[in-house]
Design a protein around this ligand. Structure first.
Ligand code: ACO
Length: 335
């Protein structure tokens, strides 16, 4: 797995990107027939209008394998050449084996080492930084990051405070030393605060509360969130992380062409724009069509923005995320 001599020393960047969202769209109007909510409440409080929902027979690895194949095609890389598959997800197919192993099998990436990474909504940036370090160390050439979430499988469809927020989808990138173009990953900030774990969690089914009749009766196998508290921390923490990542990159806010924030809530994005004193037009946002897809949100948005020609080669992009743990992350990248 030693690196070829021609690329050694080149910066690590995104060589290809792909995404997949399930076909079924669930609208706010349909949700209003399921719980006591309204299109007006959901759009004004969150900006979300619809989200995609996987079929019952689709697991997270099935969504991820499609996104992964598309990312490999866009990079012109064969599955057999992938050294490492990292899968950020909070909705793995099973507790074990890892969803990364199922994706490896589906795409035929025979020589890859595989593991899942748990950093909730910050998972994509945690995985980019992990992959970058494996490549920079010389241990790997090609890392495939596959963010895939079937959040519909852990959402409590009786809880109007959470079920309106989430959607299913997958986004993947191929990381390699970049021999053509941009300077790749320029800086990354990762952080966590386990003291606030209780504000956003799925309490049942793990070793703390193994599945039992009681955990099922208390609906502990569904995602729980203190929305207002999460909101407050998300705004402050993402703003601080974004500032630090820009500072560490040696660039200034003016050098950033696009910001791709975690796509949880339009009010959070607007609050970050206000705090950074940046026009909202600099933020690439598609949450109105997908809802919050946790780790998959940023790569799905990046894929869309690149395909639409909004984000171009050599653009400097800032990504910033926040999620359960709490975890947070920000990364500056020249495509
Ligand atoms: N429809 C109608 N009313 C609702 C709904 C709904 N879907 N949901 C809550 N309400 C009600 C509440 O019951 C409450 O009523 P009350 O005043 O009578 O008690 C009222 O609306 C206000 O509720 P809040 O929770 O205070 O509403 P808020 O303005 O904070 O919005 C929201 C809630 C959208 C969840 C917001 O807090 C939020 O976006 N939080 C952050 C979520 C986030 O960023 N998550 C990221 C990480 S996710 C991850 O890591 C997996």
């Amino acid at each position: 797995m030693s690196q070829d001599a021609t690329s050694a020393g080149q910066p690590v960047g995104i060589a290809g990107i792909g995404a997949y969202v399930p076909e079924r769209i669930l609208t706010n109007a349909e949700l209003s027939a399921m719980v006591d909510t309204s299109d007006e409440w959901i759009t004004t409080r969150t900006g979300i209008r619809e989200r995609h929902i996987a079929r019952p027979d689709q697991a997270a690895s099935d969504l991820g394998a499609i996104a992964a194949t598309r990312a490999l095609e866009s990079a012109g890389v064969k599955a057999e050449d992938v050294d490492l598959i990292v899968v950020p997800t909070i909705t793995p197919d099973m507790v074990f084996p890892s969803t990364a192993c199922f994706i490896q099998k589906a795409i035929g990436a025979k020589k890859a080492a595989c593991f899942d990474l748990e950093a909730a909504c910050s998972g994509f940036i945690f995985a980019l930084e992990t992959g970058r370090r494996f490549i920079e160390s010389g241990a790997m050439n090609t890392v495939l990051v596959v963010c895939t979430e079937k959040l519909s499988s852990i959402v409590d469809w009786q809880d109007r405070g959470t079920c309106v927020l989430f959607g299913d989808g997958a986004g993947a990138v191929v990381l390699r030393r970049n021999t053509a173009g941009g300077r790749g990953i320029l800086s990354a900030i990762l952080g966590s605060d386990g003291n606030l774990a209780h504000l956003l969690s799925l309490p049942g089914g793990g070793s703390r509360n193994p599945t039992s009749e009681e955990t099922l009766r208390n609906r502990m196998h569904f995602l729980k969130m203190e929305g207002r508290e999460v909101f407050k921390h998300a705004v402050n923490t993402m703003t601080a992380a974004a500032r630090k990542a820009i500072e560490q990159s040696g660039l200034s806010l003016a050098d950033i062409a696009w910001i791709i924030p975690h796509q949880a809530n339009m009010r959070i994005v607007q609050a970050i724009a206000d705090k950074l004193d940046l026009p909202i037009e600099k933020f690439y946002v598609n949450l109105e069509r997908y809802g919050n897809m946790s780790a998959a949100s940023i790569p799905v948005a990046l894929d869309e923005a690149v395909r639409l020609g909004k984000i171009k080669k050599k653009d400097v992009v800032l990504m910033v995320a926040f999620g359960g743990g709490f975890t947070w992350a920000a990364l500056v990248l020249e495509l």
